[in-house]
Each structure stands twice: as C-alpha cells, then as structure tokens.
Design a protein around this ligand. Structure first.
Ligand code: HEC
Length: 145
C-alpha cells in the first residue's frame, strides 16, 4: 500500500521543515526525520502503562457484567491510532520487516476490537482484546534492547 510512500513523504516534509527552521530541538535532534511522530516510549506510556492504559480500560470494561461500550469503542479507536503511529517509528532493535508485521497485526486487531465494540459483541471483543493483550512480550522480545 502507500505506507512506504507516505513514510517517504513524511521524511521529505520533515527534511524541508528542518531546512527552513534550522536545527531541531535537542530531544529530536537525533531523529530529525520524525518530529511529528511520538516516540515508542511515549506511545507505550499512553496506551499500555498501568494508569492511563487504553488497553487497561478495555480489559476492565470487558470484565464487567455490563460493560460500558462507549469506553471500549473509543479506547479501541485510540489503540488503532497509536498502532499507526507505532508503525511510523523505528524500534531500537529487530528488523524492519518484523516491526512492520507486528505493528500491522496490532492495528488489525485493534480495528477488529473497535468493530466488535460497535456491534456490542462481547465474545468477539474479549477474544481479540486478549489477542492484542498477549502481543506485548513477543514484540518486546523482538524489538526492545
Ligand atoms: C509492536 C510492538 C510492541 C507491542 C505490541 C508492545 N510493545 Fe511495549 N514496547 C515496544 C518497544 C520497541 C519498546 C521499547 C521502546 C524504546 O526503548 O525506545 C517498548 C517499551 C514498553 C514500555 C517501556 C516504556 C518506557 O517508558 O521505557 C512499556 C511499559 C511497554 N512497552 C508496555 C507494553 C505493554 C503492556 C504492551 C502490551 C499491552 C506492549 N508494550 C506492547 C514495542 C511493543
């Protein structure tokens, strides 16, 4: 699809922006190609860490006898969004093929979750929510230093 193209376009845009505005701020200087994309760590903290975790909100609601489907649906859409941003990052370890495969799978599962939530389909939502939640260790093994 157009992923490679748009990533290339983003790089070009960023290069142009850097050329126009001088050096990027210190934090981003090491990666001038991606000033608009949050880092993997930022995404992990927002989506997966205990307190604000989108995935935690989904799990909590799904474990209730009467889940709040609006929470599940909106949090699933957040997971789709951050999954796409993850894909734009470069992991500290592992191959780009593997990263593309895992982030694509992540976005696909989050999308299925959002659709299941839209249909109020508890069984499907639980199944795919579980699959999404068990991706952590595998991806960390492959891509964390
Ligand atoms: C698609 C791959 C992928 C998936 C899926 C994934 N992670 Fe990560 N995660 C990473 C990578 C890569 C890092 C290391 C980032 C770095 O060091 O720059 C990381 C780092 C983290 C961190 C540390 C962040 C920090 O501040 O240093 C936490 C916490 C975390 N992940 C939690 C989770 C949890 C919980 C899940 C599952 C619900 C999960 N991650 C799923 C790739 C993934």
């Amino acid at each position: 699809m157009s992923r490679t193209l748009s990533a290339a376009a983003l790089g070009l845009f960023a290069a142009a922006a850097v050329a126009l505005s001088g050096p990027a701020p210190a934090v981003r200087a090491a990666e001038p190609g991606k000033p608009l994309v949050p880092t993997i760590k930022e995404i992990m903290r927002e989506a997966h860490s205990c307190r604000t975790a989108y995935i935690g909100d989904v799990r909590r609601e799904l474990s209730k006898p009467e889940p709040d489907w609006t929470v599940i649906e909106s949090r699933s859409r957040d997971l789709v969004r951050v999954g796409k941003l993850l894909a734009l990052n470069t992991p500290p370890a592992g191959t780009s093929e593997s990263w593309e495969k895992l982030t694509t799978l992540y976005v696909a599962r989050a999308t299925v979750l959002a659709e299941a939530a839209g249909r109020r389909d508890t069984d499907e939502a639980k199944l795919v929510g579980q699959r999404l939640g068990t991706m952590c260790a595998g991806c960390h093994r492959a891509h964390r230093r």
